[in-house]
Design a binder for this molecule. Sequence first.
Ligand code: ACO
Length: 320
Amino acid sequence: MRTRIIGTGSCLPETVVTNDDLSKIMDTSDEWISSRTGIRERRLVKDETTASMSIEAARRALEDAKVSAQDIDLIIVGTITGDYVTPSTACEVQAAIGADKAVAFDVNAACSGFMFALHTADAYFKAGIYKTALVLGAETLSKIMDWNDRSTCVLFGDGAGAAVLRAEETGILAYDQGSDGAKGMVLACKNRLNNNPLVQNPKDLQYTYMDGQEVYKFAVTTVPASINKVLNEAGLSVEDIDYFALHQANIRIIQSVAKRLKVSEDKFPISLDHCGNISAGSVPILLDEINKKGMLKPGMKIVLSGFGAGLTWGSAVIEW
Ligand code: ACO
């Protein structure tokens, strides 16, 4: 028994914000951003929220999979930017789509969130507990950015992606995931500060901090190693893989991973040019884009890989 992706969906906010738009409100330029990251524009929320985009992405994935919400046993959302501390985004999705029989919860693994959700569903399937699941990666990163910090805020965007999973004969062939909490502070966003009758903190808001160069070093070493591990486990080589759908952090990271794996960059589809970095949303949104373009055919082998804050990483090789 394996975990197969049988449908995908995604939802981006309506409003496009280009690098030139940003250069009108901060000291930056299209040249600086696009040459270092490959990002040309991103979508930012106005009225949309993490839950509203997740609900729409979930509906589109169910339609693509031709599966009823009533058939869903499990909903897992990878997110660090839910609308509420509680209820979870997964519970909001469950209520909105009417997946009454599903168990629903979120996972916090930042840019690896979708991959961790996928692997958790796979473990439930392998244990024989559930057979049909909806997994999502969704973020409203713009609300945890310091819009006065040009070195981070220009990198990120908002959006949600979803996949419907079913226990079938083929699907995930091998999986690798890992965490390195010791390096957690290179990419961090603090939660609320202590606040009770004993401790009174100023009610300041907390924003994302990133040591970009440390994150770059982590990504370009860990991701190729993780991908090689899943390929070895599946008994495949890089030549057997049709596409490498990586977390969309930065074009330089993707180019470096391609070089280290000795694979043509043509096998690495890109959405960061028009989406920016959507953390947990990146991999499922990219997967939905290439699926809807008709690029995925039954039997193709695809590597998915997410990596980011925690630090965390997760890779899978799947048969489509
Ligand atoms: N516009 C113009 N100038 C800027 C901007 C900006 N938006 N941001 C920073 N600068 C300036 C800095 O102030 C600095 O100026 P100085 O030399 O006068 O001090 C200069 O540009 C260089 O700044 P660095 O931070 O050293 O820039 P670097 O070349 O390292 O590039 C980047 C930054 C693109 C983030 C790079 O470190 C990188 O690719 N990191 C990988 C991490 C990443 O992509 N993270 C995304 C999120 S994490 C994840 O999803 C896994």
